[in-house]
Design a protein around this ligand. Sequence first.
Ligand code: PRP
Ligand code: URA
Length: 214
Amino acid sequence: MKEYANVTYLNHPVLTHKIAILRDKNTPTSEFRTVVKEIAMMEGYEALKHVATKSVEIETPIEKTVQPMIVGKKLCFVPILRAGLGMVDGFTALVPTARVGHIGLYRDEVTHEPHEYYCKLPEGIEDMDVFVVDPMLATGGSAVDAIKMLKQHGAKKLHFVCIIAAPEGVEVFEKEFPDIPLIVGALDRQLNENAYICPGLGDAGDRIFGTYRY
Ligand code: PRP
Ligand code: URA
């Protein structure tokens, strides 16, 4: 797999362990949700490491001091519905004052092309650091569409955070947006004939919301 300057693969045993829990088809919905949140928090910690801070004067029990603090209203987390919703709580646990936008996309089961059905973004997104979150980067179609929508709304400082990526999705994303940081929890082998990631974890949305029928 080609290396890209803006792609970070988070090879950490704690993360790999938690992603293995998600992969297990016997993991129930309740645990799946909890672990997605924990993973999102760990990935968010890494993804947010370059966000801007401002100097704030505070008073400790000992003395006054000036400390760097994150300005939450300059940050926006954007889950791609549905599955991205599972990652929001992990990110807002890190920065509770951040704004949250929503983009609704679903993949056509036959063509695997994404279709937009919802978009609600905060005002002033042009000046915010925007973190798009979605557990799965498969063909890359949904990620590319979401970023294009955000750019159309004026967003300039964009990042994409996923839990599992297929090499095919990384290639597509990098071809479209070589300058946008892409944070990946685990890089898997390939897509199958239904554009599912192998070994993957199945349908992330169905597993988070308990809507699967298998
Ligand atoms: C899943 C996932 C991504 C998309 C990835 O969503 O959460 O958004 O597929 O696939 P892609 O890279 O090939 O576009 P899905 O469309 O299944 O919708 P859901 O979250 O509502 O289940
Ligand atoms: N979407 C999912 O939820 N899982 C995959 O493996 C691919 C796309």
